[in-house]
Design a protein around this ligand. Structure first.
Ligand code: ADP
Ligand code: MG
Length: 387
C-alpha cells in the first residue's frame, strides 16, 4: 500500500527526519485556515495535491501561494483536479523552504538480489528521471543487507558514493529506520534538500508499505482513505469485486490477456512500440462473455485509456470460446474506444472467423502480438493527438 505524502511526512517526523511544518485540508476554506495557521501571510506557503503518484510538480500539483487568501484560491483550483488518473481530494499546505540544493535518496527492495538497494544522487528534484537516463553515473546504487541495515558506516558510504554532503548521513540512517520499523518496501525522498541556513530537510516523501505485514502495522487499518475514494481505488475495487486481477498503470493502452506471463510480456511489447500500458489485467482461464464484459468494462472505465489490446493465447480455453466471449460482451457493454484483438494458439482460426462474422466498427484483428501491439499503440497515439 502506498501512503500519501502527508502520511509519509508524519512517519518521517516520528523518526526524527526533519520535515517542513504542514497541514492537510480537503476544502478550500480549510486550506485558508491551515495556511493562516502556518503563518502564510508572512512567509507564503506551498500548496501540494495529495495523490498517490509522482510528478505532481510538473502536472501543476505543487504551487506556491503568497498568502492565505492566495492559498485558498490555489487549493480551490487543485481540489478535484486530475493528476495521471488520480483525483485530488485533499491538499497539504507546507511551510516554504529556501532550497539551496536538491538531493535524491531511496531505499527499495531489490527482489532479484534479495536485498535492499539504496539509490542516491546529488542531483535530485523534478528532473531525476532525466538525470538517471542521461547520466546514470550521477545516480549511485549501493546494496543494503537487510540484516545489517543502514549503519553509520553504510550511511557514510551511500553519501560518499552519491556525492551527498556528509551531514546527510544521520537522515539516511533515520530513513532506513522508517523502512525497517514500518515494514516498508520503498522509502523515497525527492527532494531531500539543503536549505539556505544549512539544514537537511525532506521536502517530499513516498512510502510503500508491505501489505503482507499489515497484520502488525495495525495503525494503517483506518488511517487511510477507503479505496473507492480515489479514481485508482475505484477501478481496482471494481475489478476486485469481479474477481479480476487488475493493476492500474500510467499509460494509455488498455491491456487484457490470459495468464500473468502473457500479460506481462504484452506490457513490454506495448512499451516497445513506443506506447505506455494503462493497466495489467489478467482474465486467467476465463473466457466467458461475462468475464470478457467485466474485463472490458473495467479497462474502458479508466479515462486515461485511448485504445484496448486483447491478447489471448488459447490453451485449455480455446480461441473460439474467447471470440464468443468477446462477441457476446460487445452485445452487453458499449465499446467506446478502439479495440485490437490478437488470437493465437488453440483454435485461433476458428476464433478469428467468429470475430470476422460479428464485425464491430471499433474492433480490429491482428494475427501477431507485435502487429496487434503496434496497431493499439498507433490508435492510442492518434486518439491522443486528436484530443
Ligand atoms: P513531485 O515530486 O510530485 O513533483 P514534490 O513534493 O517533490 O512533488 O515537489 C516538487 C518540487 O517543488 C520540489 O522538487 C521542490 O523544489 C518544490 N517544493 C516542494 N515542497 C516545497 C516546500 N515545502 N518548500 C519549497 N519548495 C518545495
Ligand atoms: Mg518529489
Amino acid at each position: 500500500m502506498d501512503l500519501y505524502e502527508h502520511q509519509a511526512r508524519e512517519l518521517f517526523d516520528r523518526y526524527g527526519v526533519p520535515v517542513p511544518e504542514a497541514q492537510v485540508a480537503d476544502t478550500a476554506r480549510a486550506a485558508r485556515a491551515a495556511a493562516e495557521a502556518l503563518d502564510a501571510d508572512r512567509h507564503g506557503v506551498v500548496v501540494k495535491a495529495q495523490v498517490k503518484t509522482g510528478g505532481r510538480g510538473k502536472a501543476g500539483g505543487v504551487k506556491r501561494a503568497a498568502d492565505a487568501a492566495a492559498a485558498e484560491i490555489t487549493a480551490r483550483q487543485m481540489l478535484g483536479m486530475d493528476i495521471k488518473g488520480h483525483t485530488v481530494h485533499s491538499v497539504m499546505l507546507a511551510g516554504p523552504v529556501a532550497v539551496e540544493q536538491e538531493f535524491y535518496i531511496s531505499y527499495v527492495l531489490d527482489r532479484a538480489a534479495g536485498r535492499f538497494m539504496a539509490i542516491a544522487s546529488a542531483e535530485g528534484g523534478m528532473e531525476i528521471e532525466e538525470v538517471a537516463a542521461a547520466r546514470p553515473e550521477a545516480v549511485a546504487r549501493i546494496p543494503v543487507d537487510p540484516a545489517e541495515g543502514v549503519t553509520d558506516e553504510k550511511a557514510a558510504e551511500i553519501a560518499a558514493a552519491a556525492g551527498l554532503p556528509a551531514d546527510t548521513a544521520p537522515v539516511l540512517r533515520r530513513l532506513w529506520r522508517v523502512l525497517e520499523s514500518e515494514d516498508a518496501l520503498l522509502v523515497e525522498v525527492n527532494p531531500l534538500v539543503r536549505t539556505a541556513d544549512g539544514a537537511i530537510v525532506a521536502l517530499d516523501g513516498k512510502v510503500t508499505l508491505d501489505d503482507n505485514a499489515r497484520f502488525r502495522q495495525t495503525r494503517w487499518g483506518d488511517a487511510t482513505e477507503p479505496a473507492e475514494a480515489t479514481e485508482l481505488g475505484r477501478l481496482e475495487a471494481a475489478a476486485a469485486a469481479k474477481g479480476l486481477n487488475y493493476v492500474k498503470l500510467d499509460g494509455e493502452v488498455g491491456v487484457i490477456g490470459n495468464g500473468a506471463g502473457l500479460v506481462m510480456s504484452t506490457l513490454d511489447v506495448v512499451a516497445g512500440c513506443g506506447a505506455r500500458p494503462a493497466n495489467f489485467l489478467d482474465i486467467g482461464g476465463g473466457a466467458s462473455a461475462q468475464v470478457m464484459a467485466d474485463g472490458l468494462s473495467v479497462v474502458l472505465g479508466d479515462p486515461a485509456v485511448k485504445s484496448l489490446l486483447v491478447n489471448v493465447f488459447g490453451g485449455i480455453t480455446a480461441c473460439d470460446a474467447v471470440a464468443d466471449g468477446i462477441t457476446q460482451a460487445l452485445g452487453r457493454i458499449r465499446l467506446t474506444k478502439p479495440l485490437v484483438v490478437r488470437l493465437d494458439g488453440n483454435n485461433a482460426e476458428l476464433g478469428r472467423a467468429i470475430l470476422d462474422e460479428h464485425p464491430h466498427p471499433l474492433l480490429e484483428q491482428r494475427t501477431t502480438m507485435d502487429g496487434a501491439a503496434q496497431r493499439a499503440a498507433e490508435l492510442a497515439t492518434s486518439a491522443a493527438t486528436a484530443a
